[in-house]
Design a binder for this molecule. Sequence first.
Ligand SMILES: [Mn+2]
Length: 318
Amino acid sequence: MKKNDLEILCEKIKSAKRILIAGHKNPDGDALCSGLALAQLIRLNFGRDAVCVYEGNVSNMLDNVPMRKQMHFHGHVDLSDAFDLVFVLDYGAKKNLEWIMPVVNGAKFVVAIDHHKNPDDVGDMNFNNDSAAATAQIIFDIAKKLKWARDADVNNLIAVAILTDTGFFKYARRGDVLRVMAQLVDDGVNIEYLSNLLNNMSRKTILTESAVASRAEFFFNGRLALATVDSRDYKRLDGRGETVLSLLGQIKGVEYIVLLKQQKEKQTGVSIRSRSKPINEIAVAFGGGGHAYAAGAVVNDTLENVRAQVLEIFRGIK
Ligand SMILES: [Mn+2]
């Protein structure tokens, strides 16, 4: 983070009349809460309102985070006039921003903030740091360096983003994200309160996901757990079906968890989790990607065919 970049960032915010904030499609806790936290920081420190927009679906889990109602579905907002300043957050790759690229391309200045290994610099200025545990951690660092005021909403939003992206610190690989959380707790954040705030899934979703888990099949001496969701139950899942993956991953001896989702007749979603060996290459082979131990893809084939292919691949690496 260059000092000069931070000065330019402040100048751009000060001089902008119209500011937009957007994240990746189907925003998760980090994409959604980073955007809302940044908007509140701009409001507190510059007296400017930013427009926050998303595409796709937001999990019910996030319904009660602070300022949730200020994140609008992009189709409900008039985006036809050009923006002076556009922030794109937590996007990973250009394809995750396709939905907002016309607005990004029409903006006077674009700032990207991301913590993914990112092949595409889409911003005029890019705060990209793949050693940060969440995009919200980079936003916290910017706020700290610039001595911006933070209020309870900003602190809670940054905390939710970090907690969800690190799986409550299970996936935190460096100490700095814990030091950020220590600061937030000192400033009044209550982790137990936020954890309860996120317990907000619909009954239908949790009961469907537990039923899907209860029908799972086990292969290779119980090392692979495979669950499938038909198109009727698919509509009842929340996002990727994290509850299914989490339940099956807690079983003794299970090393790999695969969830196959029949999205359409010839479109199958694949989520893969691993407790031992990296599995992202498998997702890449299916045309997807992700992290070493948590990856996924969408395959244009039937559930039956994808199931057969998955079993064949795992036969090779078991
Ligand atoms: Mn993230």
